[in-house]
Design a protein around this ligand. Structure first.
Ligand SMILES: [Zn+2]
Length: 216
């Protein structure tokens, strides 16, 4: 799943108005932020295999440290604890931890059975990605709902808050549809370079957008 994760980050702003959208995005996407780093480091591996699912040509050969249920429980506990130590409050910190874990649930729905419960353990996945149209319906509905919640929970302080938000949404949608319509990536290196650069850009962009908006 891709923009479905961001939907939860947007929606979480309503429950935790003091937490920056950048941190909410980091939480719901932590698995996909760590993954390209671990692939680059040789700890996890991916293969380009066109046709492996209808939606993506990526074969997630091994990603126990970024995408297993147990690892995400630990990453969630770590990020949630860090938030708590930095004064985020128990409720917001728990929400951040839950967002980290939500990545596993959404990926479990999307992926073919390649999602580990724990490193080396059984692989699960409901395979929504076997249908492009079903994937689009589920993700766009989720994304639309998340956006609606965020847009109602915050308002722009200035024109930056309005246009940066619109640009962020447009960027996510364009990146999503380019992924759907484009061919397979040229190499594994291209995958992790784009993954790391995209994550950094989205964290910076969401931080900037959120600073120019305020909770209602
Ligand atoms: Zn993922």
């Amino acid at each position: 799943m891709f923009i479905g994760h961001f939907a939860l980050g947007f929606a979480a702003k309503r429950a935790a108005p003091t937490i920056s959208l950048a941190l909410l995005f980091t939480a719901c996407q932590l698995a996909d932020i760590l993954w390209p780093v671990f692939v680059a480091a040789g700890l996890e591996s991916v293969r380009i295999a066109p046709g492996i699912t209808a939606f993506t040509p990526l074969d997630f050969v091994s990603y126990p440290y970024s995408h297993s249920l147990v690892a995400l429980c630990l990453w969630g506990a770590l990020l949630g604890s860090a938030c708590w130590l930095f004064g985020a409050g128990a409720r917001a910190s728990l929400l951040v931890a839950a967002l980290v874990l939500s990545h596993w649930l959404l990926d479990f729905v999307s992926h073919r059975p390649d999602m580990p419960i724990y490193p080396g353990g059984a692989l699960w996945g409901l395979g929504l990605w076997n249908s492009v149209s079903a994937t689009l319906i589920v993700e766009l509905l989720l994304f639309g709902t998340g956006l609606w919640v965020y847009a109602r929970a915050t308002r722009a302080r200035d024109s930056v808050g309005r246009w940066s938000f619109a640009g962020l949404v447009a960027f996510l949608l364009i990146a999503y549809f380019a992924n759907v319509a484009g061919g397979p990536p040229p190499s594994v290196t291209a995958i992790y370079v784009a993954g790391i650069a995209g994550a950094l850009l989205l964290i910076a962009w969401s931080w900037w957008t959120d600073r120019h908006r305020q909770p209602i």
